[in-house]
Design a binder for this molecule. Structure first.
Ligand code: PEP
Ligand code: MN
Length: 457
């Protein structure tokens, strides 16, 4: 087994003070890599491959997030719970990007503000697990940790951790990002197309409730066109990528020293977040992320206290840099109104300006009697509403949402205007991890949030 405290020597990389300090700290949720040599070879190869993102883009995102924290923009972050290599196809990538763009138009109208579009895409391949192993019948095997570590098939060979998957993860992220860049810069993201897709949603009789808002957006777009508006921002859009920074053997070799500033950036994505299970203050993940210049998110569950948030601010944002820190709260629909106010008020005196984002997915999981891991659309909506209410009462900014979604017509979450029920979950349940909102449920959520946002103006 590989000793994670043993430094892997990375070719061509300057040793930056403290960047590898995480290796001396306790580290959660790392795979049991079988061979030190194979891991070293994969790390060394990753370290020679080109960065996926450029530090200048990362800095630009930070300024966008800073404006969201000031209440002048809104973050829409969405994508699979776990991307898979098999689903990195042109059509599936296109449909996820399309769903995010469609939601963003509705939210832009509702908020009358720019929407920062960010995929849980092009690197969301590694999953934290609540158990190291999975048992089916009388067979126990290592848990599935995401395609970048092992396979989902329930066989010994497939469940063995394989460092060559790190390289495949990089190449899959790279081709996914390439297509995202092509779509969002090459005309696919044109507001006029996106708007016409949304009209399809609004014409569906199941969505008659949103007809009024859809008609208002249509009039706004027609007004712009009548005025002859034809500027670049209608045709192209910024689109950022993000994932949970879980697997240090992926994040560290993709961390590079920016030649402009001499400082380290994790170039595996623009934005990285640390999960609820790996945000230990004295742990490896936070130490590493405290030393890279990317904007960083931290998930906060219902057990988080104001003192935890303050300690996270000191660790990750000692300079109180606007846009640096995002708190992604995932409390559950029944808890958010009780737990969130204390956190927000508790950090008020810290002079930090974190961006507050609502993840209405991870506090609302349930398992149906027929064995499906699911979430109720109404609970998702309920948590988002609670998030807005709390911010309204405190006079602070609800800065964004973080959603597990797909562009496909899957049946993984209950409810929504198509009224997916327990019996229909089996029709098309494809997620290997958490259940995602399907295309229609995602758009419906955007319309509901847009109503919420426009009522605040
Ligand atoms: C996730 O975002 O898929 C996840 C595991 O979240 P959390 O860390 O909030 O549990
Ligand atoms: Mn998840």
């Amino acid at each position: 087994m590989v000793d994670p405290t043993e430094p892997v020597v990375l070719a061509d990389q300057a040793v930056i003070d403290g960047l590898d300090h995480w290796r001396t700290l306790p580290i959660a949720q790392q795979p049991p890599w079988p061979s030190a040599d194979a891991l070293s070879a994969a790390s060394a190869e990753l370290a020679t491959l080109p960065p996926l993102v450029f530090a200048g883009e990362v800095d630009l995102l930070k300024t966008r997030l800073a404006s969201a924290a000031r209440g002048e923009a809104f973050l829409l972050q969405g994508g699979d719970c776990a991307e898979t290599f098999a689903a990195a196809t042109a059509n599936q990538i296109r449909d996820r990007v399309k769903t995010i763009l469609q939601m963003a138009v509705v939210l832009t109208y509702g908020a009358s503000m720019p929407v920062i579009k960010m995929g849980r895409m092009a690197g969301q391949f590694a999953k934290p697990r609540s158990s190291e192993v999975e048992t089916r019948g009388d067979i126990t095997l290592p848990a599935y940790r995401g395609d970048i570590v092992n396979g989902y098939d329930f066989t010994e060979a497939s469940r063995a951790s394989d460092p060559s998957r790190l390289i495949r993860g990089y190449h899959t992220a790279s081709s996914t990002l390439n297509l995202i860049r092509a779509f969002t810069q090459g005309g696919f993201a044109d507001l006029r197309h996106v708007h016409s897709w949304n009209q399809g949603f609004a014409r569906n009789p199941a969505n008659v409730r949103y007809e009024h808002l859809a008609r208002e957006i249509d009039r706004a777009v027609k007004f712009m066109m009548a005025c002859g508006a034809d500027f670049e921002a209608l045709k192209r859009t910024e689109f950022y990528i993000s994932h949970e920074a879980l697997l240090m053997d992926y994040e560290r070799p993709l961390t590079r020293i920016d030649s402009r500033t001499g400082t380290p950036y994790d170039t595996s994505a623009h934005f990285l977040w640390v999960g609820e299970r790996t945000r230990q203050l004295d742990g490896a993940h936070l130490d590493f992320l405290s030393r890279v210049r990317n904007p960083i998110g931290v998930k906060l569950g219902p057990g988080a206290k104001a003192s935890d948030a303050l300690a996270l601010i000191d660790k990750l944002d000692p300079d109180r840099e606007p846009g640096r820190l995002t708190f992604i709260t995932r409390m559950g629909a029944t808890k958010i109104r009780d737990v969130l106010p204390e956190l927000i008020s508790g950090v008020a005196a810290s002079e930090s300006t974190p961006l507050w984002v609502c993840d209405p997915m991870h506090g609302n999981g349930l398992t149906t009697p027929n064995g499906y891991k699911t979430r109720r659309f109404d609970d998702v909506v309920g948590e988002v509403k609670g998030f807005f209410e709390v911010h309204r009462e405190l006079g602070t900014h609800p800065g964004g949402i973080h959603i597990e979604l797909t562009g496909d017509d899957v049946t993984e979450c209950l409810g929504g205007s198509e009224q997916i029920d327990e019996a229909s979950l089996s029709t098309r349940y494809e997620s290997l991890c958490d259940p995602r909102l399907n295309h229609m449920q995602s758009l419906e959520l955007a319309f509901l949030i847009a109503e919420e946002l426009s009522s605040r103006q």
